[in-house]
Design a protein around this ligand. Structure first.
Ligand code: SAM
Length: 317
């Protein structure tokens, strides 16, 4: 999802679009298939960046990663796309460097809520560790995670991005105390990465999960669950298609709909603890959602406990 952001520089033949991570996708062009966007079990219909329709995601995945050579090609092209992009904020944001501030503000508000609810008593004393997945040049770590977490590890398959991250996060280039630092820089793709067991309070995955097939996405989250400390959580921040999916043929990524993601979370054995929409982005971009995901079912006040408390006798003053 590279250029994940979508864009703007509209193609002449298409009335209005968005770009995926890096490429042109026209989100709204669903006229022909909107009537059949019924979503059965992983049966999301979708479009590719040329406007071609797929009846369901299985059909698309069979075509894109259906055997080992196709799969290798999918992942090689995805990384190659980014290898040709300059290691700057504007580069990793697909020419939308100006959304960085709004993005970080939205993420920070969400993260504050999560940390204060998840670690209320310990926010000052707990040694917090985060993992920044598909970190690019370390934009999210530098602007956000490093201020809240004592240690941050970065995972990124494109070596010139990771080298830029190392530089951007060198002690002399960050304005945080010595007790907050970027520690490990893992140069490999998410589908081949397994986080260390119980190392992380937060695993942050932003604008990169669209590069993974459904199968590899589910497999990654299942492995990564073991990388969370007790009470740890995932944050997935992603572009959201209005329905089904949009395949970006240039950078080999897909933008999934909210219901598509929810089915995948279910397959991962993850629960949505909180979610929030990103605001303040230009209209031509895909909508962006932040999901906080946990391994256990979030506790909710049940109807009967609410009824009990409502009926509990009150003090007569
Ligand atoms: C749009 S950039 C986002 C970078 C960063 N997360 C940010 O928000 O600034 C997408 C990133 O996904 C990375 N990427 C591409 N394929 C990947 C894969 N298979 N696994 C993990 N990351 C991947 C790219 O190299 C790139 O750094």
């Amino acid at each position: 999802m590279n250029a994940l952001l979508l864009q703007s520089a509209l193609r002449p033949c298409i009335p209005s679009y968005s770009y995926n991570y890096g490429c042109c996708l026209r989100e709204p062009l669903r006229k022909g298939i909107s009537g059949c966007l019924l979503q059965n079990k992983m049966n999301h219909s979708g479009l590719d960046s040329d406007g071609r329709e797929f009846n369901n995601s299985d059909e698309m995945w069979r075509e894109q990663v259906g055997d080992q050579s196709k799969k290798t090609e999918w992942y090689t092209k995805g990384v190659s796309y980014w290898q040709g992009v300059e290691a700057t904020v504007d580069g990793v944001l697909g020419g939308y460097g100006h959304v960085n501030d709004a993005d970080i503000r939205g993420s920070e508000a969400f993260l504050n809520t999560l940390l204060s609810e998840r670690f209320p008593e310990t926010s000052m004393s707990r040694h917090l560790v985060a993992l920044d997945c598909g970190s690019g040049i370390g934009r999210v770590t530098k602007n956000l995670l490093i201020r809240y977490f004592n240690e941050v590890d970065l995972q990124e398959p494109v070596s010139h991005f990771l080298e830029a991250a190392r530089e951007n996060l060198a002690p002399e280039n960050v304005t945080v105390s010595d007790s907050h630092k970027a520690v490990n820089f893992f140069c490999l793709p998410l589908q081949d990465f397994t986080p260390d067991v119980q190392r992380y309070d937060c695993i942050w995955i932003q604008w990169c999960i669209g590069h993974l097939s459904d199968e590899d996405l589910v497999s990654f989250f299942k492995r990564a669950k073991a990388g969370l400390k007790p009470n740890g959580f995932f944050v997935l921040k992603e572009n959201i298609a209005r329905s089904g999916f949009v395949l970006d043929k240039e950078d080999k990524s897909i933008t999934r709909s909210d219901s598509y993601f929810k089915e995948l979370f279910n397959q991962c054995g993850l629960h949505i603890w909180k979610m929030k929409d990103q605001s303040g982005f230009p209209d031509e971009l895909f909508a962006v959602k932040m999901y906080a995901l946990v391994t256990e079912m979030p506790k909710r006040a049940t109807r009967s406990s609410m009824r009990r408390s409502r009926n509990r006798p009150g003090l007569i003053k």
